[in-house]
Design a binder for this molecule. Structure first.
Ligand SMILES: [Fe+2]
Length: 196
């Protein structure tokens, strides 16, 4: 059985950028529904006791396995997203991450511009990511439920740009939501843990 991991903070911790109302739908309904769907899909199959990563890796790109991939990946993505955020986050990271941002993007301002532009430009539903690819950091976007680690890139942080992530608080202003997340919520300690 897959379970909905606990939110790593109170439901109002990310206000005013992300309200408790958004969390109640996004975490309490959308994220939970992916867990419920996956549990129904794996019942009686070899995947019943598999890890999410195994299901995602083995079903990626297989049209006949799309429901398994989509629900497993969306559980993984959302858990990763909640951990990518924290109250009082955002701004510049310290240490190795800042060095990698300087060498990969030519400074924090360029990094921030590229993260915002790439994430905002995802057409339709999807995700913006900071990933480690070899010795460099990169910014990528993925549509729908897709995850960078199926292509060998290691996710460090993500921003959800499905409309359910921001519409209640920012309506159609996706860029305002993304920029506020970058400035106020990104959890650089989580990114540093992922960098290893
Ligand atoms: Fe979402």
């Amino acid at each position: 059985m897959f379970t909905l991991p606990p939110l790593p903070y109170a439901d109002n911790a990310l206000e005013p950028v992300i309200s408790a109302n958004t969390i109640s739908f996004h975490y309490g309904k959308h994220h939970k529904t992916y867990v419920d769907n996956l549990n129904n899909l794996v019942k009686g199959t070899d995947y019943e006791s598999a890890t999410l990563e195994k299901i995602i890796t083995e079903t990626a790109g297989k049209a006949d396995k799309a429901p398994l991939f989509n629900n497993a990946a969306q559980i993984w993505n959302h858990t990763f997203y909640w951990n990518s955020l924290k109250a009082g986050g955002g701004g510049k990271p310290a240490g190795k991450l800042m060095e990698l941002i300087d060498s990969s993007f030519g400074g924090y301002d360029n990094f921030k511009k590229e993260l915002s532009a790439t994430t905002v430009s995802q057409f339709g539903s999807g995700w913006g990511w900071l990933v480690q690819d070899g010795s460099a950091l990169k910014i990528v976007k993925t549509p729908n439920a897709e995850v960078p680690f199926t292509k060998g890139q290691k996710p460090l942080l993500t921003i959800d740009v499905w409309e359910h992530a921001y519409y209640l608080d920012h309506q159609n202003k996706r860029a305002a939501y993304v920029d506020a997340v970058i400035d106020k919520l990104l959890n650089w300690e989580f990114a540093a843990q992922n960098l290893g």
